[in-house]
Design a binder for this molecule. Structure first.
Ligand code: ATP
Length: 340
């Protein structure tokens, strides 16, 4: 185990607000999240729950004029939120790598693969041209490109979607980052390629002893890849635990709803559970009470906490609001009543 284990990534009370029509609205509210080396921490939730905002907050990618960020992001003993752009540039692409969802927009269409990977090495290392070439080939090999010398000379449009995503990963891992943030890294890919990319991420994590934050709305990806899971709803973490705890002993009604709405592999049943309503927009975000309450209207108001906090269930499993103790889906309630 690394001696810096206690000081790897510790997100404390982080809130991020965007300026809309002159007013600031929170997209992320009081998030606490610890990520260790050698682990894959998944962040899940529907679109608009604040997953990407949390990622870009950690990466320091927000315009300070349009965004208000508070809290602390302790990375290896230093608060990233106190970094200026210069200092951030030194860690981004170096100690922290990021993989985005859309490989086409993350790559420069006018530059060959070798140049795009090489740029990171020019910026962060003192390798000469021949060392950089060797490293580019080594990286392309590592991400499973069959003919690295050929691919190095190609432009993004000459590559398939899966190969482009491998190039993005090669760029992200070029400097052996200790933390990798992967935002929907497989969403644009078909299922077979998706599995290969997830295997690759796991291999890289083991090889580099990296910590990975994997952002996805796909619970199937989480089940196969993550060690721990944070479930986000409307800017807050509503449940956090090991993958086993979240999948086998989910507590929060939102986690249970997401799992119930998840298509089962190999199942012909297309009568899937649909979560009523929508994630509230930032301007309509409830400030008090359980933010998920409007989407489970059959739960009595008194069963929710007025100011829901995370409750420790032991072994690192935490859940927001005590409503989980009484929660049942309407059909489960009916079935229970009928059998009484
Ligand atoms: N720059 C911005 N200005 C104003 N609002 C924003 C900005 N970026 C994100 N938002 C809003 O913040 C909320 C959270 O968005 P975010 O993209 O973080 O969610 P997400 O869970 O990552 O969703 P997705 O999976 O669709 O990316 C949404 O309501 C979104 O509209």
């Amino acid at each position: 185990m690394n001696e810096n284990q206690d000081h790897f990534l510790d997100v404390r009370d982080v809130s991020t607000a965007f300026k809309i029509n002159g007013e600031f609205y929170n997209a992320v509210t009081d998030v606490n999240l610890e990520v260790k080396r050698d682990e894959i921490m998944a962040i899940v939730g529907e679109s608009g729950c604040g997953k990407s905002t949390l990622a870009t907050t950690i990466m320091g990618l927000h315009d300070p004029q349009q965004t208000k960020i508070s809290g602390e992001i302790d990375f290896e003993g230093q608060d990233l939120l106190k970094f200026d752009e210069n200092k951030y540039n030194k860690v981004r692409g170096n100690k922290i790598g990021m993989i985005f969802q859309d490989p086409m927009s993350a790559l420069d269409p006018l530059k060959r693969v070798e140049e795009q990977i090489g740029e990171v090495l020019v910026y962060h290392t003192d390798m000469n041209a021949s060392q950089r070439h060797d490293r580019v080939i080594e990286l392309l090999n590592q991400v499973g490109i069959v003919d690295p010398e050929l691919t190095a000379k190609q432009f993004p449009h000459q590559l398939s979607g899966g190969m482009r995503q491998r190039v993005i990963i090669a760029i992200a891992i070029a400097c052996k980052p200790e933390l990798i943030i992967a935002d929907e890294p497989t969403t644009a890919l078909d299922v077979t390629i998706q599995a290969q990319i997830l295997d690759l991420l796991r291999d890289i994590q083991k090889e580099n002893h990296a910590g990975i934050i994997l952002i996805t709305h796909d619970l199937g990806v989480v089940a196969e890849t993550a060690d721990r899971v944070a479930v986000m709803y409307a800017g807050q973490i509503v449940e956090i635990g090991t993958t086993e705890q979240i999948f086998n002993h989910p507590k929060h009604p939102y986690t249970r709803s997401l799992l119930r709405a998840m298509p089962q592999r190999g199942s012909e049943d297309d009568d899937l559970y649909v979560i009523q309503g929508m994630v509230p927009s930032l301007q309509r975000m409830p400030q008090d009470g359980d933010r998920f309450a409007p989407r489970i209207p059959w739960v009595k108001p008194e069963e929710h906490e007025a100011h829901p906090v995370l409750h420790d269930l032991g072994d690192g499993h935490e859940v927001r609001c005590t409503c989980y103790k009484h929660f049942e889906f309407p059909d489960e309630e009916r079935a229970a009543n009928e059998s009484n």
